[in-house]
Write a protein that binds this ligand. Structure first.
Ligand code: SF4
Length: 396
């Protein structure tokens, strides 16, 4: 039987040789030998935080088509950016993306070409700054995403559980980053984690790092990276109110700018507490008096720090009512759960008149903010996060 000769090449050289043969074609990735566009790198790296390559693809294409340059994105209305982002989750990313585009546009439309300059942009943390610095500018920084974490934990045999092991992983990775082709190295590691060093049943026999891999030598590759115990997520419950007028337009309200799902749209909601409100309590939370009927079933959604269950009340009105009150979870309750949800032990209320307007995102009346009647057929274009889209769909 043929034996495999041990390579004297550095881990970086082995990985880059593998990457040259197996690199993925991705919409934000420059063809081999061509210079990366920092705008595309930045946009894709922000989108890829907490999200898969498959999910990001259509969003990346839509953003690039609508806003082909960072200057164009900076000129966009935030509501349009949030609407284009709807469904991708972690909406603070979209708000920061827009803020960062304005910072770059104000600086002449040129992205900072240093780690520190990138790190100073809104929404750019250590990982993202490292990834952009490496991929866009070939600077020797580590880009540590979930794929890279898994590969490094295994290759270096780091057995401490996450998140405690993150500094050790970062140090182990940084020690492997080559001075040349750091961008290719970063992307190669992501590709290796995606194609070979997969969470289950890694294809070690096809891996360029097989000979040096500590976890493989110990036969514990599938056990790494270890994860710390997850805290149980509390369950929050509440009521939502989906109303349609005679022309089929649906009432939506805008959430406060700051906090969970900030600036996005939702149907009117009651506070989120330990249990569902009784029918009588729900009627007090409803945006106006109507023949509210409770839909059978519950809408469920998993947030970062809690689970949410919502009962949906529906009503048809012949004309939009004159007075609407809206309940939003308080921003302070929402801070820890951005991207997936919040709780609201008390609600903030505002009295807001409705209007007979029925167009796409037609604001209720001049001077009034945050109340919209949106045609059902146009809901797909509205800035509705996934959880709110599920609630509306349940009510229609
Ligand atoms: S040898 Fe196996 S476990 Fe180690 S890095 Fe390669 S695929 Fe991952």
């Amino acid at each position: 039987m043929a034996t495999r000769a041990k390579s004297k090449e550095t881990p970086a050289a082995l990985l880059l040789a593998w990457y040259d043969r197996h690199r993925r074609v991705l919409p934000w990735r420059a063809p081999k030998g061509q210079v990366q566009d920092p705008y595309k790198v930045w946009l894709s790296e922000i989108m890829l935080q907490q999200t898969t390559v498959q999910a990001v693809g259509p969003y990346f294409a839509k953003f690039l088509k609508t806003w082909p340059t960072v200057a164009a994105l900076a000129r966009a209305e935030q509501d349009d950016v949030l609407a284009a982002w709807a469904g991708l989750g972690y909406y603070a990313r979209a708000r920061n993306l827009h803020k960062a585009a304005k910072v770059v546009a104000d600086a002449g439309g040129v992205f900072p070409a240093t780690y520190d300059g990138l790190r100073a942009l809104p929404g750019v943390g250590d990982y993202t700054a490292g990834a952009i610095a490496a991929i866009a500018y070939d600077l020797p920084y580590a880009a540590m995403d979930a794929n890279a974490e898994r590969v490094i934990a295994r290759y270096a045999g780091i057995e401490d559980p996450l998140p405690k092991s993150k500094p050790a992983m970062r140090a182990a990775l940084q020690a492997l980053v080559p001075q040349k082709r750091a961008g290719d190295f970063a992307q190669a590691l992501m590709d290796l984690g995606s194609a070979i060093c997969t969470p289950k049943r890694p294809a070690c026999l096809s891996c360029p790092w097989m000979d040096g891999c500590a976890a493989r030598k110990l036969g514990i590759q599938e056990q790494l990276p270890r994860k710390g115990e997850k805290a149980a997520r509390p369950l929050k419950r509440g009521a939502a109110f989906v109303v349609r007028d005679a022309a089929g337009a649906v009432l939506l309200v805008k959430r406060p700018e700051n906090g969970l799902l900030g600036g996005m749209l939702q149907p009117p909601l009651g506070p989120w507490t330990e249990d569902f409100p009784s029918k009588a309590e729900a009627m007090k939370q409803a945006p106006f008096k109507a023949e509210w009927k409770k839909r059978v079933g519950v809408v469920r959604h998993g947030f970062t720090h809690f689970e949410l269950e919502i009962e949906v009340y529906v009503a048809d009105v012949s004309a939009p009512p004159n007075h609407i009150h809206t309940c939003h979870p308080r921003p302070s309750d929402a801070k820890r759960s951005e991207g997936k949800g919040t709780q609201a032990s008390k609600s903030a209320r505002s009295q807001t008149p409705g209007s007979p307007s029925l167009g796409l995102l037609t604001q209720s009346s001049p001077g009034m903010t945050g109340v919209f009647w949106i045609e059902e057929r146009r809901l797909k274009d509205a800035a509705l996060p996934t959880v709110m889209r599920k609630i509306v769909a349940h009510g229609l």
